[in-house]
Design a protein around this ligand. Structure first.
Ligand SMILES: [Zn+2]
Length: 79
């Protein structure tokens, strides 16, 4: 297994725990992991850009979870 200096153990095992740090005017978001501090940006469709995640499937899962969370928030707002 390759080692990643910016990845703490929980991040390596469970994936990053992203929190939103910035909303941009062009509907992109800046997210950072509150464990290891990695910063990623999303595009206008919510896809991750510039992610340095060690595993592609983790990136995909995180994106799906994020989109799911987004849908939940939208559902709460519209009810
Ligand atoms: Zn992390």
């Amino acid at each position: 297994m390759k080692s990643y200096p910016n990845t703490t153990l929980p991040c390596a095992v469970f994936g990053h725990n992203y929190i939103k740090t910035k909303s941009n005017k062009d509907h992109t978001l800046e997210l950072s992991c509150n464990h290891c501090g990695i910063v990623v940006n999303t595009d206008a469709k919510g896809n991750f850009e510039n992610i340095s995640s060690p595993k592609l499937h983790i990136k995909t899962v995180i994106r799906e979870l994020y989109l799911l969370k987004l849908q939940t928030v939208k559902a709460k707002l519209s009810s």
